[in-house]
Design a binder for this molecule. Structure first.
Ligand code: SF4
Length: 272
């Protein structure tokens, strides 16, 4: 057992459901999906975001990803060797009634897989949350751990794969197995959403699939700043992924992130 870096409470790694980890949506009784068929069934029945978050957070449907996320949680990166790791799937984070949805890819092995919150505890998240704060969409510029007080009324961050994959690369089967979770999330939040921000080309494709019965024709192409109409009330906005590589090479800059999230806030009727 190691102590949580903020609360000081001791936890095993991975964290058993319902043992007091900050923001843990599950209890020891939350049903654990053991395979793709059960994911489909549970996701099809879910009726609220808290219920969905709980179900996702204990899912065990992808054997390779379950082993990897738990192995990383035990072995840990050297710099985090004194911390407990969440080591479970990472549910969406933010408002259950968001006006803006940010679509990422999958949790980072030593970021969200450690802290239990989307984009929290890695360099991509540092850039993302700082930009969200500058745009007035979250209450603080940093996202360090799941007990740091970060809040939002307006955005939600979601992903098409909820477990950290080896080499940041889930297989097609794993993507398909996880898809019912994001479909259920979209069903529950869609009435509130005005803008989807897709972080990268893959997230763009996911957003088109999830948010439209039939993608507009011709199919809108991803680009940084590209805008697609998804229906009378919602739009899709492209943004390069704030990966370490993109930020380090200058392909994406903080000013470019500010443009995107300023625009998203404006399109969602949140600015001015
Ligand atoms: S990737 Fe998705 S479906 Fe697979 S184990 Fe994780 S949460 Fe479950």
């Amino acid at each position: 057992m190691l102590n949580h870096p903020r609360t000081g409470q001791p936890f095993a790694s991975p964290v058993p459901p319902g043992t007091g980890w900050p923001g843990d949506p599950a209890t020891p009784d939350t049903p654990q999906a053991p395979d793709a068929a059960r994911v489909l069934q549970l996701a099809g029945q879910v009726e609220s975001i808290p219920e969905l978050d709980a179900l996702i957070s204990v899912c065990r449907a992808c054997p390779r990803l379950v082993s990897w996320r738990e192995e990383v949680a035990v072995t840990k990166r050297k710099s985090f060797a004194d911390q407990p790791y969440w080591g479970r799937p990472v549910p969406g984070w933010g408002s259950p009634k968001p006006k803006i949805v940010v679509v990422g890819l999958a949790p980072a092995a030593n970021g969200a897989n450690r802290t239990g919150r989307m984009f929290t505890g890695d360099r991509s998240g540092d850039q993302l949350y700082a930009a969200l704060h500058r745009a007035g969409l979250v209450n603080q510029p940093t996202s360090v751990d799941a007990a740091d007080g970060l809040q939002t009324d307006t955005i939600r961050i979601i992903a098409p794969v909820r477990c950290a994959p080896p080499g940041n690369s889930p297989t097609t089967v794993e993507r398909n197995t996880c898809a019912p979770w994001i479909d259920a999330e979209w069903r529950l939040i869609a009435p509130h959403v005005r803008v989807i921000v897709a972080l990268g080309g893959f997230a763009w494709q996911i957003a088109l699939r999830v948010a439209t019965d039939q993608p507009p024709k011709p199919k809108p192409k991803f680009g940084h700043g590209a805008l697609a109409e998804l229906g009378p009330t919602s739009r899709l906005l492209g943004c390069y992924h704030p990966s370490q590589q993109n930020m380090f090479t200058g392909r994406l800059t903080p000013a470019m992130l500010d443009d995107i999230f300023g625009r998203a806030a404006e399109l969602a009727g949140l600015s001015g």
